[in-house]
Design a protein around this ligand. Structure first.
Ligand code: KPL
Length: 302
């Protein structure tokens, strides 16, 4: 019998991965934080993906059974609260995969769990939730998995599901590249409430994106990260073009009055800049703007 995976963060990506793990014969349990969500899950008892039902179980985080393998797919901003809610259930040598956007939370998880084997992952899969626990896999992408410290043998079998999975010997670089693209596209689309493609069609937005990219390159360089072969602005424009009709995740968060992952994207970048005594005025400006939007979201929620 394969060892059970627990999934912390039962959003679209977490549920997609639950199905993928089930397809490989792993027992899977979703860790849910609120009883209402558990009731909704229990009324269906499975995750549906492309009309196919995948049998998983679900339980509240404050259940007492041990967790030996944990996949974290919460928003990066929810990591601390979510991990705290299950920390005492983790077995000593727990295996953990952190599959999240942005940077900062991966190191944080490792620091919290010094005895754990912690791997990091980044995905380009596109998935959305039609109704609770009923998914549409809209874009087949790649999930890259690796550890910045050592190659864990237990990661290799995860290539055998229906999702495209690759071992990544430089997962930190992969996450940095994603962060760089997200710094270039997400805050601007969120502030101007526009599609990704508009960033390349509007000369003012494009000039701002170029300024953001220059600062990101400086910070990356100071951290010893060589981002891409060509300039970041070229990559960012390429991604904006490929996803021209999409709304970025941050744009959607703001539109739906949700807190964004800015603290782990532009926030992480500005923090690294500060540590390295670099100036990032454009990124600072958009970080402040999004934080202001968070304030109004919090106020209207009360
Ligand atoms: O990753 C993305 C996001 O929306 O978070 C991009 C690449 C910007 C695509 O929309």
């Amino acid at each position: 019998m394969k060892q059970r995976w627990h999934i912390l963060g039962a959003g679209s990506i977490g549920c997609l991965w639950a199905c993928n793990l089930v397809s490989m014969g792993y027992p899977v349990t979703l860790l849910l934080r609120n009883p209402e969500k558990l009731d909704i899950f229990n009324s269906t008892g499975a995750i549906t993906l492309a009309e196919k039902r995948y049998s998983v179980s679900a339980e509240l985080t404050d259940t007492s059974t041990d967790i030996d393998q944990l996949l974290i797919t919460t928003k990066s901003t929810d990591t601390a609260t979510a991990l705290q809610s299950i920390k005492k259930r983790l077995s000593k040598s727990v295996k953990v995969i952190v599959l999240q956007n942005g940077l900062g939370s991966q190191e944080w998880v490792k620091d919290q769990l010094p005895n754990a084997e912690v791997a990091w992952a980044s995905t380009t899969d596109g998935v959305w939730t039609k109704t609770p626990f009923n998914l549409v896999h809209a874009g087949q992408g790649i999930t890259r998995i690796g550890s910045p410290i050592t190659a864990y043998a237990w990661l290799a079998p995860l290539e055998n599901g229906f999702l495209k999975v690759e071992q990544d010997e430089d997962i930190a670089l992969t996450l940095w590249r994603k962060l760089a693209i997200n710094c270039a596209i997400n805050p601007l689309t969120a502030v101007y409430q526009c599609k990704n493609g508009e960033l390349i069609n509007n000369p003012d937005y494009l000039a701002t994106m170029a300024a953001v990219c220059k600062e990101v390159e400086l910070v990356a360089e100071s951290e010893g990260i060589e981002l891409f072969d060509g300039p970041l602005i070229e990559q960012a424009c390429h991604v904006a073009e490929l996803t021209a009709e999409n709304y970025s995740s941050m744009m959607q968060d703001i539109q739906h009055q949700r807190i964004t992952e800015i603290s782990h994207i532009t926030g992480y970048l500005c923090e690294r800049a500060k540590q390295n005594r670099l100036h990032t005025p454009t990124n600072d400006h958009y970080l402040r703007k999004i934080k202001k939007l968070h304030e109004s979201i919090k106020t209207s929620a009360h």
